[in-house]
Ligand binder design. Structure first.
Ligand code: NAP
Length: 282
């Protein structure tokens, strides 16, 4: 079998266009504020891309760039101001934060209704209890790509490899909410290859270049590769050995061009959801 490619760039472009059209039709320009602390070049690139996508979708976008030395208390004051600002529908604090600032304290300070990254314990709790609200953006993008394939999730055997708060755990919760039978595997799992081979749907988020080999994949499986790893020669590769896996899978995401582009599109989707919900409540 040679897998069909799940085109994340095209899916993300469609989602961004749909969100922009929905906002226009609803007559709202959702307000997204991105907060970035320090001068990590990769984080600044991510933030610029988010800002550009938001502006292109007709959103009101603001970026607050703060010096690395800012105190946690000063950052919490800024968050409190954004929580109280009626023009702000969504707040995203770009991670990682400098070591002297507790990321949990900052995330917990967000108004859960404006937490468009879906990381606040209230939103994580809704997800864990099977009632997803604002859901972390990359896991949400994974589910959108799975929906694109048309593969039935109800009753499917799904394996999620990686249990991070940002990716693996929320993906497992979303697949559970979609009625899949979910195994959450991690670095302490015995015989990973056998666990993976059982999967009709395999989502991999470990951050280890090409860890998952072709013979780990069941014939006809759907494979979503969240990993982004830069090899010594500069090439970007996923956590799955793509060429080998594509020989066995029915569907597979490439890296780059798979899950990656979905994250920003999901952020816009979350910001529109937050904007609509706040207007209903107002
Ligand atoms: P993370 O926080 O480092 O978590 C990695 C997870 O993988 C952990 O649960 C770890 O297990 C598990 N793991 C590590 N090595 C393993 C091994 N050899 N065998 C089995 N399990 C192993 O990483 P993350 O934030 O979830 O990110 C994962 C990957 O996704 C990275 O490549 C990252 O760059 C990428 N990513 C992409 C996007 C995007 O596309 N926009 C967004 C976020 C992340 P333990 O829990 O036991 O330590």
């Amino acid at each position: 079998m040679t897998a069909a490619i799940i085109d994340g760039r095209a899916a993300a472009a469609r989602l961004r266009a749909r969100v922009a059209a929905e906002a226009r039709e609803a007559g709202i320009a959702p307000g997204l504020t991105v907060v970035i602390v320090g001068d990590d070049p990769a984080s600044h690139v991510y933030v610029r891309n988010k800002a550009r996508a938001a502006a292109n979708a007709g959103f009101r976008e603001a970026t607050i760039a703060l010096p690395a030395e800012i105190t946690e208390a000063a950052l919490l004051d800024i968050i409190a101001g954004l929580n109280a600002d009626d023009a702000v529908d969504g707040i995203l604090v770009q991670l990682p934060l400098p070591r002297h600032i507790r990321a949990e304290a900052v995330i917990e300070a967000l108004d859960p209704a404006k937490d468009v990254d879906g990381l606040h314990p209230v939103n994580a709790g809704h997800l864990a209890s099977g009632h997803p609200g604002l859901v972390p953006c990359t896991p949400k993008g994974v589910m959108t790509l799975l929906a694109e394939t048309g593969v039935a999730l109800a009753g499917a055997r799904a394996v999620v490899l990686g249990r991070s708060v940002l990716v693996g755990r929320p993906v497992a919760a979303l697949l559970t909410a979609a009625d899949a039978t979910v195994t959450l595997a991690h670095s302490r799992t015995r015989d990973l290859a056998t666990e993976c081979r059982r999967a009709e749907v395999l989502v991999v988020a470990v951050g280890r270049a090409e860890l998952v080999r072709g013979h780990w994949i069941a014939e006809g499986a759907t494979v979503i590769d969240v990993g982004i790893n830069r090899r010594a020669d500069g090439r970007l590769v996923g956590d799955v050995a793509f060429a080998e896996a594509a020989q066995r899978a029915a569907w597979i995401t490439p890296v780059p061009g798979g899950v990656g582009p979905m994250t920003i599109a999901s952020l816009l989707e979350n910001t529109l959801i937050a904007a609509k919900a706040r207007r209903v409540l107002a």
